[in-house]
Design a protein around this ligand. Structure first.
Ligand SMILES: [Zn+2]
Length: 413
């Protein structure tokens, strides 16, 4: 366990050095020089741990331990290795490193799986260079087509394929992967929230990745002079918007079950200090682990809008995004919990409030996910920190689970 923990610390430390902003967090954009450096490190470790290394036409990285069954689907373990600008060393790499160390345990214990084990390191989950995010997993599963991939450009007008070639990757390699070649996907990720740390529990077994919906709401009133229009003669679009937004927290709390509701964007027109606002446009983001909660909040939001329409304001709501919650595979969730119990590692159930590659894979295969605590709940910043002991706990839980999923046998069992 101590060896495992120190190897994990070394991987995280090494990978964190591949940053475009030394001394100011991890900045590792997809297909950058730092991507190449991290990739070379991971390829070296995969080979050292006896894995056969392969890349696809997106630059996703796979290290495979063959199984004894011919043409059998693989159990994948991993996460992404890109970062946001000035991010932290754990968001993504923690999951890749966990996969590597599961492979190391297979090698050390001379375990022969029936089904292949593949450690994967995915590109562009954050979408910091080409936008959209979850690009590696969307590519593998076919959600992102080759045609659309080719069209993507970064801020400087560099296309995905140009950027790939520049760091020695081959965009002509196969892209979409046949789902029949995947048996399951396991991902470890930092929680990026405060729940596990507050409860002092080292492992969160993810039950669902929350569904979300986003609306854009437009309130239209009447502009007028801020000095000459009496208070009882106004149709102030900002006052109405503010009254609505102020009610969102209680709508979410009333719904319960971790339902959250956020207004993150607000535009005021004409936006003059001495003009009564004529129009406001704001966003509403609603998330929950259960679809019925999202539906309930949408209904309440519509009732709220209707009540202000009766007050004489013109209000329109446009739904811009709807994603169903993704429930993790019941059997894998049970295996993860069983392994935690057997290893005497305390765990609790948790929902993921953020999107992850596991969410994309859940459309094509059985998926399981673990969270570890984030110090002070922080992520996407240089202060992001997680305990290597918790990563080691997750590695052992994944090791036990992967042995079952790959139907492995070993000399000592
Ligand atoms: Zn991440």
């Amino acid at each position: 366990m101590e060896n495992l923990q120190s190897r994990i610390e070394e991987h995280i430390e090494k990978l964190s050095q591949f940053t475009a902003t030394p001394g100011n967090g991890t900045t590792r954009l997809t297909y950058s020089k730092e991507d190449r450096q991290a990739r070379d490190y991971l390829i070296g470790k995969m080979k050292e741990y006896g894995l056969v290394v392969r890349e696809d036409g997106f630059g996703n990285l796979f290290g495979k331990l063959d199984g004894t069954l011919k043409d059998a689907p693989s159990v994948l373990i991993g996460s992404h290795f890109d970062s946001v600008p000035n991010g932290g060393p754990y968001d993504g790499p923690a999951g890749v490193v966990a996969g590597l160390e599961v492979a190391a345990l297979f090698a050390k214990n001379q375990i022969k799986p029936k089904y292949p084990l593949e450690i994967i390191a995915l590109i562009e989950e954050e979408g910091a260079r080409f936008g959209g995010g979850l690009m590696g997993s969307r590519g593998i599963t076919g959600l992102l087509s080759e045609e659309n991939f080719k069209k993507l450009k970064d801020n400087e007008g560099v296309s995905t394929e140009e950027a790939m070639v520049k760091i020695g990757l081959d965009p002509t390699l196969p892209k979409k992967r046949d789902p029949k070649t995947i048996k399951a996907f396991l991902e470890l990720h930092i929680e990026q929230g405060p729940i596990l740390e507050e409860k002092n529990i080292p492992i969160g077994v993810v039950e669902a990745i929350v569904g979300l919906t986003q609306f854009e709401i437009t309130v239209e009133g009447q502009a007028g002079h801020a000095g000459t229009t009496p208070m009882d003669r106004r149709a102030d679009a900002l006052v109405t918007a503010a009254q609505m937004i102020a009610q969102f927290p209680s709508l979410a709390i009333e719904e319960g079950a971790g339902t959250v509701m956020t207004t993150g964007q607000l535009h005021v027109f004409p936006n003059g200090a001495n003009v009564i606002p004529k129009k406001t446009v704001f966003t509403v983001d609603i998330r929950s682990g259960k679809e019925e909660h999202i539906q309930n909040v949408i209904r309440k939001l519509n009732e709220l809008i209707e009540s202000y329409r009766l007050d004489g304001m013109k209000i329109t709501a446009e739904q811009q995004l709807y994603m169903q919650p993704k429930v993790m595979n019941r059997e894998i969730v049970a295996l993860l919990k069983q392994a935690s119990s057997d290893l005497e590692t305390p765990y609790c159930s948790i929902n993921s409030g953020a999107g992850h590659d596991a969410m994309v894979f859940s459309d094509v295969t059985d998926v399981g996910m673990l969270f570890i605590p984030s110090k002070d709940g922080l992520s996407h910043c240089p202060e992001e920190w997680s305990d290597s002991m918790h990563i080691a706990n997750a590695v052992q839980i994944f090791f036990e689970t992967a042995k079952k999923l790959t139907e492995a046998s070993s000399n000592d069992q």
